[in-house]
Design a protein around this ligand. Sequence first.
Ligand SMILES: Cc1cc2nc3c(=O)[nH]c(=O)nc-3n(C[C@H](O)[C@H](O)[C@H](O)COP(=O)(O)O)c2cc1C
Ligand SMILES: Nc1ncnc2c1ncn2[C@@H]1O[C@H](COP(=O)(O)OP(=O)(O)OP(=O)(O)O)[C@@H](O)[C@H]1O
Length: 274
Amino acid sequence: MNADARYDGSETVLLDRPSSGPFLWNGLDEVPAGWGPCVVTLGVFDGVHKGHSTVIGHAVRAGRARGLPTVLVTFDPHPARVVGIDRDTATLTTVERRAELVHELGVDAVLVLPFTPELARVTADSFVDRVLVRTLEAREVVVGSNFTFGHKGSGTVDTLRELGRNHGFRAHGVNLTSVRDHPNSSTHVRTCLRSGDVRAATHALGRPHRIDAYCDTTGYLRLPAGTAIPAAGLYVARTGTDTVHVRVSPDGAILLLPPSPGAVNLEFLERRRE
Ligand SMILES: Cc1cc2nc3c(=O)[nH]c(=O)nc-3n(C[C@H](O)[C@H](O)[C@H](O)COP(=O)(O)O)c2cc1C
Ligand SMILES: Nc1ncnc2c1ncn2[C@@H]1O[C@H](COP(=O)(O)OP(=O)(O)OP(=O)(O)O)[C@@H](O)[C@H]1O
């Protein structure tokens, strides 16, 4: 990364920004020295659902109002998977797809923190000091009101507010948006997919669930391990402008009808009753 790849002070212009997307930094070491100040939003953001879009919208508006770039800090893999919490963490979006989607919402840079057992042991105070203050020079931090961080998830929005007073940033906890009378969440989207309700997943995401896969000559798809796929059944899907059918078998094999060998991006539109 060019050391001159810095925000130039105007509202949306970034010098040396790749035209295809935002800066994508893998780990703290890839953040250019002297990057900050900036506005930061934090969380996993898997799927970039409507609730995530709301938080990101607040952060981007705060950044634009102050003439600062917005940085989204995400964790990969899902923290719950690393600390061994027994819940569904199937991947809705790869980190690269997440970065594309948040870029469309106005985020300038994405910092991916590999979530390791070592990171899980870092306290809330140290995380704020190392990531938000010393690396990013955060001036505002925007999260959902349910956000937690730090060892055993002890840090909350109040912790951020308190620490922010000493470190020169303001913290905002955005009210949770709901879907079907429950707070929207990536977990909710995964549950919709597990029950084959791809329309409900679309409703929560604000767009159809998409998988990026490779189709072999017989129509079977290969995709990264851990990808969230809908329940066994027959689905109507879209790839580019084409409408296709997709059969998901009980063993998780996915068949594209008709076969379309090569890379495919499949958006699940509806389930076909059989
Ligand atoms: C430095 C750090 C340490 C964390 N340690 C733990 C932990 O010990 N146990 C845990 O369940 N989650 C831990 N987490 C995960 C958070 O509680 C939380 O799941 C994550 O920040 C995603 O935010 P969310 O609350 O929006 O899902 C940690 C997160 C961070 C950033
Ligand atoms: N429904 C929502 N409304 C507003 N903010 C949200 C909502 N859901 C999550 N957020 C916020 O968005 C950021 C990223 O959320 P994150 O992906 O960690 O949670 P999640 O969607 O509940 O995922 P999971 O179900 O996998 O725990 C966090 O700051 C979180 O507080």
